[in-house]
Design a protein around this ligand. Structure first.
Ligand code: CDP
Ligand code: CDP
Length: 217
């Protein structure tokens, strides 16, 4: 009998360690890595490029049906294409950092992404992955509430700001956290809490991996 497909949901604030730990878990357990923050960033970048401000809800609603999503693999990671185009490096820039939480707060933007995010299960299966690890803010609460594993990562805000600075990135962490907070609170309920403030990335991943292994074996 083939091994069951597994879903791992990882939520947490900016620079809590979601992406780096998800990538390593994807390697270790042969999973598709899905960074849903990059989806929100790509949509943000695209709407900014089309001169549609986050305050103009009517224009956003009119534009969303025109955004045609598809997926391609970038190594083990799912990459969202809009009109067959991948996002550029600008999705990690200050402009997108400052705007993304505002666009992500628009219910229609979130609605549009729900089906696309859940469909990553099919992408993973088509490419022969054993499961998927999806990271974001509402994965354990909204996208996959019945995931096999639901982790909630957090770290002291000062430490998180230091991590971003060490990457040479300007980031409105505090501002995004405030706007994102209620989604994060919902995600934390019943999830396994992982505090990475005083842990190295390796220690964090080992902790998560041993919990996963214990349940799988
Ligand atoms: O990597 P970092 O934690 O800094 O942010 P991200 O995961 O790339 O997400 C960027 C923004 O997208 C967040 O600040 C949220 O506003 C939004 N987001 C969301 O609303 N829901 C998700 N599942 C993922 C991201
Ligand atoms: O995806 P998210 O924004 O939650 O965080 P990340 O991009 O995985 O991590 C942000 C930075 O913190 C990266 O440079 C990681 O290597 C670093 N990090 C760390 O120093 N210690 C940890 N325990 C976790 C992440």
């Amino acid at each position: 009998m083939s091994a069951p497909f597994i879903i791992i949901a990882i939520d947490g604030g900016a620079a809590s360690g979601k992406s780096s730990s998800s990538r390593i878990l994807a390697e270790r357990f042969n999973l598709l890595h899905v960074d849903t923050g990059s989806f929100y960033r790509h949509i943000t970048s695209e709407l900014l490029r089309r001169n549609i401000p986050h305050t103009d809800l009517a224009a956003i609603k009119a534009e969303l049906p025109k955004l045609d999503f598809s997926t391609r693999l970038n190594g083990r990671s799912a990459q969202m294409l809009i009109a067959l185009q991948p996002a550029g490096d600008e999705i990690r820039d200050q402009r997108v950092n400052e705007h993304v939480a505002h666009y992500a707060a628009v219910p229609e933007v979130r609605e549009k992404l729900i089906g696309y995010q859940r469909d990553q299960v099919n992408v993973a299966k088509q490419h022969g992955f054993r499961g998927l690890v999806m990271e974001g803010r509402d994965i354990g609460s909204k996208i996959f509430p019945a995931a096999d594993f639901r982790f909630f990562m957090f770290a002291d805000p000062v430490e998180r700001a230091k991590r971003r600075a060490a990457e040479g990135r300007q980031d409105a962490i505090g501002q995004r956290d405030t706007i994102d907070r209620h989604r994060l609170d919902a995600s934390a309920q019943g999830a396994i809490a992982v505090d990475s403030t005083y842990l190295t990335l390796e220690q964090v991943v080992d902790q998560m991996a041993s919990l996963i292994r214990a349940k799988l074996e």
